[in-house]
Design a protein around this ligand. Structure first.
Ligand code: UTP
Length: 473
């Protein structure tokens, strides 16, 4: 077999060795631009890795399954419960002061992962552009950036924001920030870095799918792709140069995450942890959340789909769920810990997911499958947890801090996030003594007040407010 016209012979040999020459089925029909696009995509693929990862039936693997591992799950060792924090205000105040010191010393950076395709939400732009503010329809991105700016203002020190995008979100995200002057964030403090992609393979054959005759079906390589992306884009170097050693990590879909929460930072530092994870109490054993637990003395997150019902339902003597700690996907990472793992690529595993991926079949026709036909490969950032000597598990109040926008309707949807924001702001005002009508609609920009304490300094009890109410900078 020889390579088709103008295709590199050695690369063709690689395709042949890995049974992937079908990627060139339409080569002769392609124009020059299409050929160079396809060639560039092929050059970026690690075919040996794809072959290694492709397992048509993961249950046939000889290694222990996640469900078997879950049999040995115990409660995590290093935990700060919400009740404990409330009943020890001095300790919690000390932690907050410590976190504020870290911020004031410029040692904290924030990472926002915003490279996902947001397929469940079905919004035709990057999810961060979704309008979610109860009054002004402020976007997720704007709410989060304003929080970061408010925190930096309090600390008297800029905080760098490292925003991960992907091929699916990069251009529109960058343009959106430019159009809005980065929502007031200095360009010296804003870094976009793009994650990698992985090709999708046919579930039956392991052959890489073509989405178009000149374009391979690829998708972002999961939020765990962040490690390679930080490294390959020189972000660790930037952090080191700026003296940033502690990273607050959050996801673009949760507008109520407390960006760079000083108290969380303080507890993280006190625990001498390499990683901290914010958790909430699961609503029920079958709630679809990753569960934080220890297995063989290593704190880790077990995905809900890997947790057998019998284990999820286990309770202690008091009747409380044994595996109560649901992950909010809010973390603090020590930079040097992340860097170590990023330098040893094999330490973060890939997961397989069966998905519906449109493709070009052997006759050249477009197929839109109705059932999952393909395997996508993704890395999850929480797989770094078991690599850490100490992981702090820190409980927070769900209604205050965990209101993600995942689905178009129902639970974890724009409606629930919208309601949660409204409730948080109304509660703040009421705790300041402000009387609001029961159906008041309220939005408070973080630049007006980042929390209840700041709000108390800004408004007087006798101020009259009418709904809808927006308090901005
Ligand atoms: P999700 O796992 O909820 O995925 O991402 P998603 O892409 O937003 O939505 P679905 O599953 O397609 O409906 C959680 C967070 O991780 C980011 C997302 O942008 C979101 O902030 N993420 C996810 C990435 O940055 N890259 C990825 O490859 C996947």
């Amino acid at each position: 077999m020889t390579a088709p016209e103008s295709f590199p012979e050695d690369l063709y040999q690689t395709l042949a060795d890995f049974q992937q020459t079908h990627l060139l089925a339409w080569w002769d029909e392609l124009n020059e631009r299409e050929r160079s696009e396809l060639l560039a995509q092929i050059q970026r693929i690690n075919f040996a890795q794809i072959q290694r990862l492709y397992t048509p039936d993961p249950s046939a693997k000889s290694e222990e399954s996640p469900a078997q591992k879950a049999e040995r799950a115990t409660r995590p060792a290093t935990v700060v419960r919400l009740e404990d924090r409330k009943s020890a205000p001095t300790e919690s105040e000390k932690a907050t002061a410590q976190g504020n010191q870290l911020l004031a010393a410029g040692r904290v950076g924030a990472i926002l992962v915003a490279g996902g395709q947001g397929s469940r939400l079905g919004f035709s732009h990057p999810k961060g552009m979704y309008p979610i503010g109860p009054v002004k329809q402020t976007s997720l991105f704007q709410i989060l950036v304003e929080q970061l700016r408010a925190r930096a203002r309090q600390a008297g020190q800029p905080i760098s924001y490292f925003i991960m995008t992907s091929d699916a979100t990069h251009e529109e995200t960058v343009e959106y920030f430019q159009q809005h002057q980065n929502f007031g964030l200095s360009s010296d403090d804003l870094y976009f870095f793009k994650q990698g992609t992985m090709p999708a393979v046919d579930a039956e054959s392991g052959q890489i799918l073509l989405e178009q005759k000149h374009y391979i079906a690829v998708s972002p390589d999961g939020h765990g792709g962040m490690l390679a992306a930080l490294k390959n884009n020189g972000m660790f170097d930037v952090m080191r140069e700026k003296g940033i050693d502690t990273l607050y990590y959050h996801q673009v879909d949760n507008p109520t995450a407390i960006v760079c929460d000083p108290e969380f930072l303080g507890y993280h530092q006190n625990a001498n942890a390499a990683v901290s994870v914010k958790v909430v109490s699961k609503r029920s054993p079958d709630e679809k959340m990753g569960v934080v637990c220890d297995v063989d003395q290593k704190t880790q997150i077990i995905e809900y789909s890997d947790l057998p019902d019998s284990i999820a339902e286990q309770t202690d003597e008091a009747g409380n769920l044994l595996h109560w700690a649901g992950s909010t996907a809010i973390h603090i990472f020590n930079r040097d810990f992340l860097e170590q793992i990023a330098n040893d690529d094999a330490r973060l595993p890939f997961h397989q997911a069966n998905k519906k991926v449109p493709f070009i079949d052997a006759s050249g026709s477009q197929v839109a499958p109705e059932e999952p036909n393909a395997i996508k490969f993704e890395r999850f950032i929480f797989d770094v947890l078991p690599e850490a000597d100490t992981v702090l598990v820190y409980e927070t109040d769900r209604s205050r801090e965990f209101n993600p926008v995942k689905n178009a309707e129902g639970q974890d949807s724009p409606r629930t996030a919208h309601e949660a924001l409204n409730l948080i702001f109304s509660d703040w005002l009421q705790s300041c003594g402000v009387k609001l009508p029961a159906d008041a609609i309220v939005e408070i920009s973080p630049l007006f007040a980042v929390d209840e304490t700041e709000l108390k300094q800004k408004i007087s009890v006798d101020t009259q407010f009418t709904s809808p109410l927006y308090l901005g900078e």
